[in-house]
Write a protein that binds this ligand. Structure first.
Ligand code: ADP
Ligand code: MG
Length: 671
């Protein structure tokens, strides 16, 4: 059956349904209401409250009284009572409605009461002599459009639900655990509930089902790396030596992550782990631990970073460790000479090279390892899924460790990286000083520049970050180019500019000079976001901060505070609204990236963060990320347990039904 075959659905209404993203009967069945109205519980007139929708049962005692409003509208008034207290029922421009009221008869009347002529009144309420689907029951209220009323929609849903065949969507064990009944009954409860609590139960159960099926689909997707047997690493003397020789005490978060890595890599299944931790939380040593353990166990390591500079930074650190341990470590980037590359290739194949650090150059087809035991990816969000997969493909069963300095709430991480186990580093190294953060208005730039100047005089360096590269006629946002010129006139020091227009080569050169201290001030766009370590940079000034997301601002702030100097982040805004100002203050007051990520999520919604918003269609129907974080997490734990020894037939059926019903596969989350 198609939509157009439904009763009362002509071309106009069909168009209306399409506007609501309803194209077939399944869409109707899974169309979620916004809220519920209790049109069932009778309220005595004396308990009516202005503005609170309620149902009364009243007898018409007089009327109709016809009047005209000052704007020449028809107005018809009836006096009614529930035997105890009087109430007026008023219609504007609804002669047809008035014609249906008969004196001395009793009616159910539902609406939001208001005060009218000093009397509690129902204005244009719905009413009926007997109980109907629309009255005398709990009624879901749906998102609507002009051509489609709630009543019409409910009729359509009723028919569609009648045609709907119950299917298996949850494993029996899980359905039992949560007392979730079959999906057809749940849908009946959602659309035609007896009580509000019945509707809530069904709504929540469907949210759970949706989350669970999402995990099912994600697991079955192409880019999902299933737990496979992998290289088993040994418990080595070298890893203990490495940990003993660290120049600092590990934080609790680091210790926990190291234990996770140890357990994963010593087990038969290949490790597939994400480490999330704020900039500066010390993810590097954690990854080095894995590198040491891998080589000491007789395997090779590939370490990939998103930029040449980050690759060099990581290479230098790993080289120091390697020299101490007697490992061989090399770097490969686009700048590596042909000759060196050949050497590297040769030594990889013979197994003489233990650790290869590099950029995308690692992905070249002619880079082949003898026995790649672990793959480490830094700043993983900078890589596409394809690049990640390409490196992982180099060796099936290799232990995979990816790191991200863009903490996202756990529930989102489960959605984005559902196939990975996650370690979170919440604690910062003890000696890390808080970065002083100030939110200031644009007209205070004079003072801001003065502050930067005094820092430069002390021998420090500074960043200025702008939202635009060049001035634009369409906006008055600060551009990097004009600020660069302006600052050159103001300061007597070395200033450089770095934007998305700068070539890769020049970029590396500028960053190198900044790192060496040859450049004092770096004016840039957000291209400097990646985790470069310039310990001497102590100030970052962010222009038009209102244009950036909270997580991004926090990320930018992390460019400073990487050395022993007291560091400052100045957030310059041109905010017109109090809300924007308050939002920026969140950054001033908080330094926990996970907390800020959560605030960011609340503000922008998961859709935007996941990149789902473009199409405007609602992706999850009953599941709401903010409200249902717990459900997302629980369902993931349940799924992981289930999949370990899922009955194959059952899983296949659930998978097929998930595709059919929810069509999650082409909603874009999984691409
Ligand atoms: P990120 O997590 O951003 O990659 P890094 O690993 O680069 O952070 O660490 C930032 C700095 O903190 C480095 O200089 C590192 O040596 C130092 N560091 C890491 N862990 C600790 C610790 N537990 N105590 C003190 N300093 C630490
Ligand atoms: Mg790092």
């Amino acid at each position: 059956m198609e939509l157009k075959d439904l009763k009362n659905i002509g071309p106009k209404r069909l168009e209306g349904l399409n506007k609501l993203n309803i194209y077939n009967l399944n869409d109707l069945v899974f169309y979620a209401p916004n809220y519920y109205e209790d049109r069932k519980t009778l309220i005595p007139v004396k308990e009516l409250k202005e503005g609170v929708a309620a149902l009364v049962y009243v007898k018409i005692i007089s009327g109709p009284f016809y009047k005209k409003t000052s704007r020449n509208m028809d107005m018809i008034i009836f006096n009614a009572t529930d035997g105890e207290r009087a109430v007026d029922i008023v219609f504007f421009n609804q002669r047809w409605a008035a014609a249906n009221f008969k004196r001395n008869l009793s009616y159910f009347v539902f609406g939001k009461p208001s005060m009218f002529n000093n009397k509690i009144s129902f204005i244009n309420p719905i009413f009926s002599q007997t109980k109907t689907d629309e009255l005398g029951s709990v009624v879901p209220v749906y998102p609507l459009t002009k051509a489609i009323t709630n009543k019409v929609l409910r009729q359509c849903i009723k028919t569609a639900l009648g045609e709907f065949e119950d299917v298996l969507v949850l494993p029996r064990s899980i359905a039992e655990k949560y007392n979730i009944i079959n999906i057809k009954t749940l849908l009946n409860f959602v659309h035609f509930p007896d009580t509000i609590s019945e509707a809530e139960y069904a709504f929540k159960s469907l949210a759970y089902i949706e989350a669970f099926l999402f995990h099912v689909m994600k697991y079955s997707g192409r880019s999902f790396s299933k737990k496979i047997d992998g290289f088993v690493l040994k418990d080595t003397e070298e890893e203990r030596e490495f940990l003993r020789n660290l120049p600092f005490l590990l934080t609790d978060g680091q210790k926990k992550a190291i234990v996770d890595i140890k357990n994963d890599s010593e087990s038969k299944k290949a490790m597939n782990r994400l480490i999330q931790g704020d900039v500066g939380s010390g993810k590097t040593v954690v990854s080095q631990y894995l590198a040491v353990k891998t080589v000491a166990s007789g395997y090779q390591v590939a370490f990939m970073a998103p930029t040449t500079l980050l690759a060099i930074q990581n290479y230098e650190k790993l080289k120091t460790v390697s020299e101490r341990m007697g490992f061989n470590c090399c770097l490969i980037t686009s700048k590596t000479s042909k000759f060196e590359k050949n050497e590297i290739r040769k030594n990889l194949i013979t197994g003489d090279l233990d650790i290869l650090v590099g950029t995308h150059s690692l992905l070249n087809e002619d880079i082949n390892f003898k026995n790649l035991g672990s793959v480490i990816i830094d700043e993983q969000h900078r890589f596409g899924v394809k690049q990640r997969d390409a490196l992982i493909e180099k060796q099936k069963g290799a232990n995979i460790l990816v790191m991200s300095a863009t903490p996202i709430p756990r529930s989102l991480a489960l959605i984005l990286y559902g196939d990975m186990d996650i370690s979170e580093i919440h604690s910062m190294p003890k000696d890390r000083r808080k970065i002083d953060t100030f939110v200031v208005a644009k007209n205070e730039m004079g003072r801001v520049n003065g502050f930067v100047e005094s820092e430069i005089k002390k021998g420090r360096q500074a960043y200025y970050v702008c939202p635009l590269i060049e001035d634009s006629e369409k906006s008055d946002l600060q551009s990097a180019k004009s600020l660069y010129q302006e600052l050159q006139g103001k300061f007597d020091c070395n200033i450089a500019i770095l934007t998305g227009q700068t070539s890769e080569e020049d970029k590396d050169e500028v960053m190198e000079k900044f790192k060496n201290g040859e450049i004092d001030i770096l004016v840039s766009t957000t291209v400097i976001e990646v985790g470069i370590d310039v310990p001497n940079a102590s100030t970052i000034v962010i222009m038009n901060a209102e244009r950036f997301g909270l997580a991004q601002l926090h990320q930018l702030r992390g460019r400073v505070g990487r050395g022993k100097h007291k560091s400052t982040c100045i957030i310059v805004h041109n905010a017109k609204s109090e809300d924007t100002y308050k939002r920026l203050k969140t950054i001033e007051r908080n330094s926990d990236g996970f907390y800020i990520a959560m605030e960011d999520l609340k503000e922008r919604g998961p859709g935007e963060i996941l990149g789902l918003k473009q199409s405007g269609t609602q992706k999850f129907k009953f599941l709401d990320f903010e409200r249902d974080l717990k459900i997302v997490e629980e369902s993931k734990i349940d799924f992981d347990l289930y999949i370990q020894d899922a009955p194959k037939d059952e899983f296949e059926v659930i998978k097929r039904n998930a595709t059919d019903i929810f069509d999650i596969m082409d909603n874009g989350v999984l691409n």
